[in-house]
Design a protein around this ligand. Sequence first.
Ligand SMILES: *[C@@H]1O[C@H](CO)[C@@H](O)[C@H](O)[C@H]1NC(C)=O
Ligand SMILES: *[C@@H]1O[C@H](CO)[C@@H](O)[C@H](O)[C@H]1NC(C)=O
Ligand SMILES: *[C@@H]1O[C@H](CO)[C@@H](O)[C@H](O)[C@H]1NC(C)=O
Ligand SMILES: *[C@@H]1O[C@H](CO)[C@@H](O)[C@H](O)[C@H]1NC(C)=O
Ligand SMILES: *[C@@H]1O[C@H](CO)[C@@H](O)[C@H](O)[C@H]1NC(C)=O
Ligand SMILES: *[C@@H]1O[C@H](CO)[C@@H](O)[C@H](O)[C@H]1NC(C)=O
Ligand SMILES: *[C@@H]1O[C@H](CO)[C@@H](O)[C@H](O)[C@H]1NC(C)=O
Ligand SMILES: *[C@@H]1O[C@H](CO)[C@@H](O)[C@H](O)[C@H]1NC(C)=O
Length: 864
Amino acid sequence: MPRATSKALALLIFLLYVGVHVDAATTTLSQGQSLVGNATLYSSNGAFLLSFFTPRGGDGSRMYLGVQYAKAVEQTVQWVANRDAPVSAAASSYSATVTESGDLQVLEGQRVVWRTGTSSSAGNFTLTVEDNGNLVLNGGSDSQAVQLWQSFDYPTDTFVPGMRITLERQNDDVVAQTLFKSWRSPDDPAPGNFTLGQDPLGSAQLYIWRSGQDGGENTTFWRSGQWANNNFVGIPWRALNLYGFQLSGDPSKSNGVMSYTFNTFNSSLYRFVLQPNGTETSFMLLDATGDWEVVWSQPSIPCHDYNVCGQNAQCSSGDHGQAVCTCLEGFEQKSEGVGCVRRAQLTCSERNVSMSSGDDFAELSGVKLPNYAAWEWTVSSADSCRRWCLANCTCDAYSYSSGTGCLTWSQELVDIYRFPTGPGPGPGEGYDLYIKVPASLLDSGSKRRRWTKVIVSVVIVVAFVLAACGFLLCKCSRRIRDKLGVGGGKKKTGASLMLHSGREAKKEFSGPSQPDHEDAENSELPLFALETLAVATGGFRESNKLGEGGFGLVYKGTLPGGEEVAVKRLSKSSGQGSEEFKNEVILISKLQHRNLVRILGCCIQGDEKMLVYEYMPNKSLDAILFDPARRGLLDWKTRLHIIEGIARGLLYLHRDSRLRVVHRDLKASNILLDRDMNPKISDFGMARIFGGDQNQENTNRVVGTLGYMSPEYAMEGLFSVRSDMYSFGILILEIITGQKNSSFHHMEGSINIVGYAWQMWNADKGEQLIDPLIRASSSASASASREALRCIHMALLCVQDHAGDRPDIPYVVLALGSDSSLLPMPRPPTFTLQCTSSDRDTFRERGDESYSACDLTVTMLQGR
Ligand SMILES: *[C@@H]1O[C@H](CO)[C@@H](O)[C@H](O)[C@H]1NC(C)=O
Ligand SMILES: *[C@@H]1O[C@H](CO)[C@@H](O)[C@H](O)[C@H]1NC(C)=O
Ligand SMILES: *[C@@H]1O[C@H](CO)[C@@H](O)[C@H](O)[C@H]1NC(C)=O
Ligand SMILES: *[C@@H]1O[C@H](CO)[C@@H](O)[C@H](O)[C@H]1NC(C)=O
Ligand SMILES: *[C@@H]1O[C@H](CO)[C@@H](O)[C@H](O)[C@H]1NC(C)=O
Ligand SMILES: *[C@@H]1O[C@H](CO)[C@@H](O)[C@H](O)[C@H]1NC(C)=O
Ligand SMILES: *[C@@H]1O[C@H](CO)[C@@H](O)[C@H](O)[C@H]1NC(C)=O
Ligand SMILES: *[C@@H]1O[C@H](CO)[C@@H](O)[C@H](O)[C@H]1NC(C)=O
């Protein structure tokens, strides 16, 4: 009797549970419940959801259970359960259910198509999507919770904060490994051709493999390079380091777990994806729009493919990005097949200079180091690393840096990529490799190099003379071409200014050139005729004047096709500025980002020099921000949008563009606003390209705008990306307060905007800094004031005295979207620069007068 009752009860409970379907938006799926049809399980922060979906772009017949980004406009799938076992959309019923035994199942009707295969006696099973998108199956009571399963242990193609890329080894044998597999195609989540994971040999490198064609061998598709300086040797821009990539575990051990993790302020905004074509790309979710922005993508140049040049050769990119293979010094082309072999055997003895015998090293700088390196953990200086290699006959090459330590190679050198030289990749870019070569070959090599140097010098001189002649010639021929005008207002023109490498500008005339590509690589800049621009601007009429940029006046113009443009005409009288002109033309034609003003062309005729930009209907930020009558147009949302836009423009300049650019004159009047109030950074006349591993430059020409200048720049002429950060901090404060930095002079006994802001913020009166017009507006909300305070906090971090204390721009971009409680405390400003002259506008150095135009005083502020 009791048995029958309990059976009946169990059946009743079972029926009840089966009947309970989740159809409203909920956050927990309890055991016995099912997720049916379009029902959705949300994470508690609402950033992720679990539901059945049909891939975007597909035919809609296949349904998958997956975790998606809830805030993204386009369907974005982070994880898929039944990736190779879809349920039919036509099926009468499909569901996901948590069973009484603790198994998560995907069902089509009654048929189980996918399961976690977990079970436990803990009971009380629940399925939840955590705030970082991790799908977790828990059981047990509150006091004794058990985690049965989590999706982060079984990733698909997406790597997000909270996941690990692990390799577990025992005596060098792989015990467990995290592998990411690409989708087969953008509309098919089934495992595709590419797999990403750690090197099973334990070198801590990341690999992407391509699965064998027709069941053949797996091939290595890409290799990250060694982990050094918190970054991979083969990945430019230190992109990963900046976005919180880390390695835990010890590569020197043959046992244990090594794993890569990645942490950002807001884990629901970043993801790395192994795309169906094998490209690894990282994206950031833009909070405001729900669009994804590409932060970094594995470059798609042939040299990045694994070992394209074969053994003992280096790959460098040609003019059109093609792979150019060169044998390493001391090597020659194999008689057949790709790759190179030694021209002469090593002697296995130390070099004897007088005899020209023995072995020595040929240096190859700025490379992605070859594969299969051995770490000599005990060797800790460049010299001992070199001696170690020289003393060991099997050692073919070594590399030493503080980041990598002593690396040696004792087999053929494979997969060497020579990074582009000149203005380009940032610090940490490329390492130096020393290749062991018989000294006899080295000598002839260096003789050859000396000759090459002489020849190159001669060629450069000749080219220069030719270019000068060409320049004169062009001036005449342009007059003829000018008669044709510039058709359609589009960038169609018979001539274009070709710009090379930022050092030389050469003119080239050809037939009608191809339409411009929106391509940063494309540095062809259309030339406009003086007459065209004169007509467009109504003869540079006063009424068409838009304002005054650095070194000249800016006019509004209308091209024959009706396109509105802004024309900056360099003042002829100054004689100065031609350097800045060239600088700007070269720089800006290579930079393209939606938060940078776009250049459409230029004009050089006689002593006239002009730049043609896209027209910005809302003029510059200062014209609206500092105009009491118009300032009200900028509500808080717009101001935040402007701050974020400037930050993204700076991110591009400092990190993401091919060049690494310090703007040096960031200020309100150099921020232009388009029709939709999107900010665009302009005026690159003083910007500098930072090359190689340069972090800071010293100039005896301090140019810029007082009030925006960082202490180290104004006083010592030191500038770096961190001096731009200082200017950016000032700009944020101006945008929030609606006041010019100079107008704080007399406020509340404070010295300047920095001191004032810090005093107010530190006294918990930060809200009083916010423009009264924002505070008064009806739309102002608690969230607006919270956001504004966060911006003030960030600004105070940016204006810290010591450049090293200031955050860099990737940090700022990330942190602006996060909770301010996570930000560090800014240090109080201790000294500030002050201009005692009434005119504190832009000043530019002419000899030594720069400081006399405006007396600088240094004031110590009282910290509280
Ligand atoms: C879910 O499906 C039902 C019936 O097919 C439909 O009425 C409902 O609007 C859908 N809900 C959502 C959020 O799509
Ligand atoms: C787990 O289930 C038992 C009974 O099945 C119940 O008494 C207990 O409260 C549950 N625990 C939790 C945390 O829900
Ligand atoms: C994957 O490999 C197969 C077989 O080689 C090929 O047919 C297919 O096009 C590849 N898919 C992609 C996305 O490259
Ligand atoms: C290719 O590599 C992947 C990942 O290491 C492995 O799962 C697969 O079995 C390999 N395939 C072949 C044909 O070797
Ligand atoms: C791979 O696909 C992505 C996204 O479709 C694309 O941006 C990228 O250029 C592709 N890469 C290659 C090498 O085709
Ligand atoms: C170089 O070779 C010469 C002749 O064999 C020998 O006298 C000299 O000691 C050698 N020098 C070194 C540094 O080994
Ligand atoms: C020389 O290098 C090889 C390969 O790295 C290593 O096995 C050997 O122990 C080294 N010999 C000496 C004397 O260090
Ligand atoms: C992180 O981003 C998500 C999605 O935009 C947002 O809902 C959430 O509030 C953010 N979290 C924090 C801590 O800023």
